[in-house]
Design a protein around this ligand. Sequence first.
Ligand code: GLC
Length: 771
Amino acid sequence: MMNLHYTVKGQTVTLTSDQGALILTVLTDQIIRVFQDRGRHTNSYAIEGEKKVETPFDLKEVGDHLELSTGQLTVTVGPDLLLDVFDAQGNPLILDYRGKRRPIAKTIDAAHQSIMRAEGHEVSGVSQTEDRYYQVVKALDPDEQFYGLGDKTGYLNKRSYHYDNWNYDEPRPHIETFTNLYKSIPVLFGLKKGRPWGIFFDNTYRSHLDLGRENADYYFYSAVDGNLDYYILGGSSLKEVVSNYTYLTGRVPLPQRWMLGYQQSRWGYSMSQDRVEQIVDTFAKYHLPLEAIHFDIDYMDGYRVFTWNKNIFKDPAGFLADVKKRGVRVIPILDPGVKEDPDYRIYQEGLDKGYFATNPDGSVYVNRVWPGKSVFPDFGRPEVRDWWAGHCRFLVDSGAAGIWTDMNEPAVFDGEIPEDTVFSDEDQKSDLARMNNVYGHNMAKATYQGLKKATGRRPYVITRAAYAGTQKYSTVWTGDNQSLWPHLQMSIPQLCNMGMSGFSFAGADIGGFSADTTPELLTRWIEAAIFSPLLRNHSALQARDQEPWVFGPKVLDIYRHFLHLRYHFIPYLYDCFAKQMNDGLPVMRPLVLNYPEDARTRNLNDEYMVGDQVLVAPVVEQGQVSRMVYLPEGDWVDLRTMVTYGGHRDILVEAPLDQLPVFVRADSVLPWGRLVEHMDDQPEESMTFRLFGQHGDYTHYQDDGYSFDYEQGAYNLYQIHMENQGQCSVTVTHHGFKPVYRRIRLVLPERTLTLSLDDKSQAPVYRETEA
Ligand code: GLC
């Protein structure tokens, strides 16, 4: 007969039985940590600061079980240390599986392996022989769906697939069988019979999630090493569960307003100043908005980070200032690999200070990347991050408006980095096995801190590799996709799951990175991506050109039309970002987040929502000119025609090449931004709000768009009330940012009102004036 003992200290309950020990900590009434010490460092890269708040909870012995309840979540543990989680109504959410796993027999005999290999198939064995391996197996309900996990390929609902958490540079065309890409965000959200839950596995070692692929009776998480350390996330809605996750790992800080505008990139632009100028000039010539141009690796001197190729850029600061005068910012790239070159300052400095990763024998670890033989900053150490951050000033002094960090999985060309390569884990010596998945995180964090210090503005970092929590420091893109229709299709669930995983600021390379785009694909891509938080067209060196004008006037006009649509929506997107800091919900999101009780939303891969009000249903099939759109409950106004459709059904809509079906939830108000070709720091003089339906209320956020003053309350909140048949009003409910709009236009289905700031009044007050 097994026995269970427990001790309580504050909000921590330590359970012991002859099976070992398990520690439960109540962080909030909806977040409980489950921990088992397996002898590894307990620091977290994802969670910063104290997240525990004083929370009363009950402990009860029920038979041979202990029951811990916060009122919102109940956890029961038996002497076998198996654990079950129930919601506030006592419904099961997460139940440890009582049976044994039944692994799929993957081993085939040598003769069969050899004939499969002969045809070129990959034949791999499945090994669980690592001695520090552990697993957590949970019961799977026939009606259970999974979301989250960051940038994984495939579909929105992750059920029946399996994934690895191991940051990796995957150059082959990303397809749904790939188990891992550049990021590891081990957060899983579930809907069990429609009831939401979440688990965040905070372990940076290589881990695996099998979500009912091996067997439909269970799903499991396993890791090759590390402590067992996971957080149970509850909440009365899926939104609340996601919000709890971002409470834990942090939310995206407010971007500068221009970062929501259009950005153009291509590997090769910065091979000559003329090319850069020609791109900037052509955007101006065709009246296409452009906020930033990205400089890929070519701007550097022999791919040495923190240098300029002086043969191309005689006076980098002068050139960048000139580009900025034309309204366009420059975002240069940085890779972690530092060229091994005794005459190169950064290399020498890092070497002298011992800042590079080493082999187990203490010699500096070398591998090949763009610059040839390179060494790798040990970003896990705070002083290395400070050193790197300090050097970011070099690019800022040249006029860079942000930094793009790439190849930080870390990617190398000559074989994989051995897992015992010495990388630091803060102040402790560690290895790649533990630090691989946070290498990009720490590089992005260092870069963010460097930019913040050097500019005082909200930093713009865009990173390829990330871990849970990187959203606090950087926007992300989904890496090297290709100009393929399946990649356009995949970008929607991928970005939706990134959003669910805390990354509100994310995007995919528009047009596709590798391979050659087509006029139709590029057109559909800009349409599909036009509401994605990060809006960047990027392509590879050898790929066919994919600037908006290269396919002639028809594609150009459509492209421009959608960029205009984007700029109309920038105030709405900015409002979503401001809101997101409080509610922790993504800007671009799957329908299931807003309508989890509607089973139709749970496997919807080709539609997404922007906040709560806008539904986007792009055409992502070659040759298609109409499509079915699933509208959830409520009424929806087609933005193109202003026709209202009843929801909870599929409708068929026309969508010729120049059209994107967008629906606005009826009875809502949207801000409607002004068209500009470049954004600047000037406060807007006026703002327009549009009513969709009969009446609506809206909270609009305004600040300077670039500084951190909003943290001290320097922002304004406007409460907008619009009624088609009745009174409309605008009230400033928070006035912390001095400039307010001088004029506000309210556009209703049947009339337009213009309100002006009453100059005589002390507090900002708006009165109706003649249009
Ligand atoms: C990687 C990046 C890509 C970049 C290229 C050259 O493939 O993912 O965006 O253009 O490196 O730096």
